[in-house]
Design a protein around this ligand. Sequence first.
Ligand code: SAM
Length: 313
Amino acid sequence: MINRIKYLRVSLLNSCNLNCFYCRPPQQENDTYVHENFDNFKNSIKLLHTLGIEKIRFTGGEPTLYKQLPELIQFVKKTNPKIHTALTSNAILLKKKAKLLADSGLDSVNISIDTLDETRFCSVTGRNKYNDMIDGIKEAIKHIPKVKLNTVLIRGTNDDEADDLIQFANKLKVDIRFIEFMPTKLNSQNSDQYISGDEIKKSLPYTFTPASSDPSTAARYVSSPDLDIKVGFINPVSHSFCAMCNRIRLTSDGRLYGCLFSGASFNLFESLQQGYDNATREVNQLVANKTYTGCSRKSGDSAFFPSFVNMGG
Ligand code: SAM
């Protein structure tokens, strides 16, 4: 078997300093936890990197809330300096932390930004932290080698802002990607708010041509003579990209998943306690049984995971 797994996503915690309605549904508002599991993460990364992992992304919840994030990034770089270290963040704490994270070896950050309207920011996120996000983005650009913006467009909420967000990214000279709103077990009642990446692309006032995109990543990029940046579309609902998948996911309570939309998993932290050989066997089994056929269109009861805040987007 050729091992295709090159990309590990680690959800460090499920607590967040924002409360985005589509990410943490109301049923989960009070369900937050941060485990003190630094050694478990280190031992898991030590084992999983032997699969040939080339990139590790820390996500959550909000990964910048995890106190030992700088040490974890340093640990990855010590384990193998060639591993690309990445973060997905809402930027609220990056004004304070971007330099420290970059000095620790962070190679890139994807920053989530859904609106440029302060009032709308409050209604989407439930928090009055718009200016912290903007300051965080600017500080990240100063210190972290590669910054991208990510936007989830939701019909009737922020789908009128696609071009404003592109113009904002263009001014900052950072690429932006639009991610389709994905159904989960707890947010599927909002599926009428879904808008496809193709519909967004058609609505934009640019002549786009395909730009270089890494085939193993989810984003398909386009460029335009009117823009200095690339615009990416991540369309997991309308265009399954499972056949190209090269990722596995570890959650903050230690569960290792082959796929965001598959229930197949085991607890790697517990398995490591039974010994390294035992854990290696279970990891190899999960990787061998990983499926590459799209299941991202399942919703409601058939969707496996409750929300993104637990699994990490
Ligand atoms: N707190 C960090 C952040 O805001 O980027 C990292 C965690 S968040 C779960 C990661 C990404 O998942 C964000 O870009 C968020 O917009 C996205 N996300 C959350 N719920 C989603 C959904 N239902 N469909 C598509 N993307 C979603």
